[in-house]
Unconditional design. Structure first.
Length: 114
């Protein structure tokens, strides 16, 4: 194989879900959001759930992380909850959120633990 063929071949970034490669909490909350979501393979989508008590959720299926956010969030809340839910997906140690940001962990499917 020549050098040109090597350069043209797309590569997948290393998955960071391996414990030794997990992101740090500082990185999750300080990196530019676009860089963070790209590097950690986080897809952010807007939910159709408009309930005032719903800010968002995160779904982890193998290597796929999807953050679903309420359509009622402002720019600051969208940024913050994307980062917070990403940290939750990686099971990073965090202090509890201050009121009014109480968080409830619950399964999206009945009978499947959160």
């Amino acid at each position: 194989m020549n050098a040109t063929a090597l350069l043209a071949k797309p590569t997948q970034p290393t998955l960071r879900l391996v414990p030794s490669q997990r992101p740090t909490l500082d990185y999750v909350f300080e990196a530019p959001l676009a860089e963070l979501t790209t590097e950690l393979h986080v897809e952010v989508i807007t939910s159709t759930i408009t309930d005032a008590d719903f800010f968002g959720c995160v779904v982890v299926r193998g290597a796929r992380i999807v953050v679903m956010l309420s359509p009622n969030l402002g720019e600051y809340e969208t940024d913050f909850f994307t980062r917070y839910l990403t940290a939750q997906a990686y099971k990073l140690e965090m202090e509890p959120l201050p009121t009014p940001f109480d968080v409830e962990l619950s399964p999206m499917l009945e009978g499947v633990p959160a």
